[in-house]
Design a protein around this ligand. Structure first.
Ligand code: ADP
Ligand code: ZN
Length: 531
């Protein structure tokens, strides 16, 4: 490297300390930043939470001129800009949420060379007026965030991204950096071609976190399960426990404290002072457990988090990966532990159906949930399934460290059980015009004369008691796995079970349904002595 490059490198590290207050670069950040500061193009694939922003923010600060960031996430721009300004970075954005005057101010700052960073949506960038404006300014770097949006066959395709290929023609001397979190090799290639970045250097961070042991156990009594997991394997360790609701955050933190585990709650309903106090205790102390909603963790860089536990199902594999990724940043063995049950699936489906988003939003949310369920119910190595999900080598060998590797789940032929369950759903619907949730269906299969069974005369159904060969928890497992395999669906406010298009293939005996065995005593624990 020549003298100017070394100067850039030193400046990059100094900026990291001075502006962002961090000690060291993470992973490939340093190499990426060095390359872009020196004027090179880069295509960057890095997991969510991996630290992509610094890869363009620091070059924007180190190189003379304004860094232009193209992002489709208009809703986040204000927050991003506010956060940067709080650090003393001169940042601005231009998008459709602003009025004319606000935009004029930003334009003036840009032309006066008073902006370090300018965030733009792609549809705005491609306007002649915007391109003209940028030509009159000094640009230090173009960053194209969420670059997979340029891939025509991807789910996030944005036609406006195609126009970004002209940046290289109009500004041949300005380095470009394209970044994405989810990309198969095919998408990666497409990004390079469509953005016309043939000379770009490629940086692919691995999504693999070999020191994290992934485990997902059937949920029975989650707080107690958590407590014995902590006592047996993580006594005195720092860790994060994620819950879905503020209420369960509070209750779980109390429960742990009562049982000798030092734990504090963290959620958006607490006042800012309490939140800051709990966060700084977590960073400072050695063995504190934070029980939190997903509001906790963004920007937290504590290297020795020994476990991340989920008492509720995350909404997506991306979320699961990001949250579990907060464990073991120091490379030491750490655990990602989750308790998951049928109720989680029902609850999440309800949340999606009751959400305010439009149909497309709901469909996307449902697809995310399905991938998460598939990870929970897989009989494969969890780590290789995670890597495959993110488009990394699909032939990654089994890790030998996750629960499914350590105690491979036995599978059994669940075809007949699936048929019994689905025909119960069919009968209720066809003969009675009724829909019920999993509890009632399982009671019918088990031949239980509960008050609700009597009330609806369900003991008169021909399917009453046809499932006595399996236990209740086995039946719940069947329901979960059929949901995960798309052979059954949950609907409406009461979480009623309904058939899917695929259900017919089971009822018509056109396919087999392999299921994984429920493990009565789950968990892979290092000590087998305590209960
Ligand atoms: P991404 O865009 O890849 O999802 P971000 O850029 O938002 O990730 O970074 C995730 C979090 O990690 C942020 O809170 C960021 O401040 C933090 N972070 C990034 N790089 C570093 C670093 N070198 N040291 C400490 N924290 C970092
Ligand atoms: Zn494994």
């Amino acid at each position: 490297a020549d003298a100017t490059e070394q100067l850039g490198e030193g400046e990059a590290l100094a900026t990291l300390h001075r502006v962002f207050g961090y000690d060291a670069f993470r992973g490939e950040q340093e190499a990426i930043i060095e390359h872009v500061v020196a004027g090179g193009d880069a295509v960057v694939l890095m997991p969510t939470g991996g630290g992509k922003s610094l890869c363009y923010q620091i070059p924007s600060l180190v190189r003379p001129g304004t860094g232009v960031v193209v992002s489709p996430l208009i809703a986040l721009m204000q927050d991003q800009v506010d956060a940067l300004r709080a650090l003393g970075v001169r940042a601005g954005f231009m998008n459709s949420t602003q009025d004319f005057d606000e935009r004029r101010v930003v334009e003036a700052e840009l032309l006066a060379g008073e902006l370090d960073l300018l965030y733009l949506a792609p549809e705005r960038l491609r306007l002649d007026s915007t391109l003209g404006l940028l030509s009159r300014a000094k640009i230090s770097v173009f960053a194209i965030d969420e670059a997979h949006c340029v891939a025509q066959w991807g789910h996030d395709f944005r036609p406006d991204y195609l126009a970004l290929s002209l940046l290289g023609e109009r500004w041949p001397d300005v380095p470009r950096i394209a970044l994405t979190a989810t990309a198969t090799h095919a998408t990666h290639k497409e990004i390079t071609q469509r953005l016309a970045m043939p000379r770009a250097r490629h940086f692919e961070a691995s999504f693999d976190r070999p020191n994290i042991q992934y485990r997902i156990v059937p949920k029975a009594d989650p707080k107690k399960q958590l407590l014995s997991f902590l006592r047996e394997e993580h006594a005195g360790d720092a860790g994060i426990v994620y819950c879905l609701s503020r209420n369960s955050v509070e209750k779980t933190a109390e429960f742990l404290s009562r049982n000798g585990v030092e734990a504090v709650p963290y959620h958006a309903g607490l006042d800012a002072g309490t939140r800051a106090a709990h966060q700084s205790r977590f960073l400072r102390e050695e063995g504190l457990v934070v029980v939190a909603t997903i509001a906790f963790g963004m920007g937290i860089d504590k290297p020795d988090v020994r476990f991340v536990a989920h008492l509720d199902l995350p909404k997506s594999v991306e979320g699961y990966y990001q949250e579990t990724g907060r464990a073991g940043r120091d490379g030491q063995p750490s655990t990602a532990w989750m308790a998951y049950g049928l109720q989680d699936v029902v609850q999440q489906r309800k949340l999606i159906q009751g959400s305010e988003g439009d149909e497309a939003f709901r469909r996307r949310a449902a697809a995310h949930l399905d991938s998460m369920l598939a990870l929970c119910e897989t009989a494969r190595c969890r780590r290789s399934q995670l890597l495959a999900y993110f488009g990394q080598d699909p032939h990654t060998p089994a890790c030998g460290n996750c629960d499914t590797c350590l105690t491979p789940p036995e599978t059994w032929d669940g075809t007949v059980a699936a048929q019994k369950l689905l025909s119960t759903v069919v009968r209720l619907q066809r003969e009675r015009g009724q829909k019920f949730g999993a509890l009632q269906i399982v009671d019918i299969l088990l031949g239980r004369r509960t008050a609700k069974v009597i009330q609806f005369d369900h003991d008169q159904l021909s399917v009453f008691g046809i499932g006595e060969d399996l236990s209740e928890s086995e039946w719940r497992g069947v329901v979960r796995q059929l949901l995960a395999q798309g052979l059954l669906a949950v609907e409406g406010e009461y979480g009623t079970l309904v058939l899917t298009e695929e259900s017919g293939t089971v009822l018509r005996r056109e396919r087999d349904v392999p299921l994984r065995k429920e493990q009565p005593k789950p968990a892979v624990s290092r000590s087998s002595s305590s209960s």
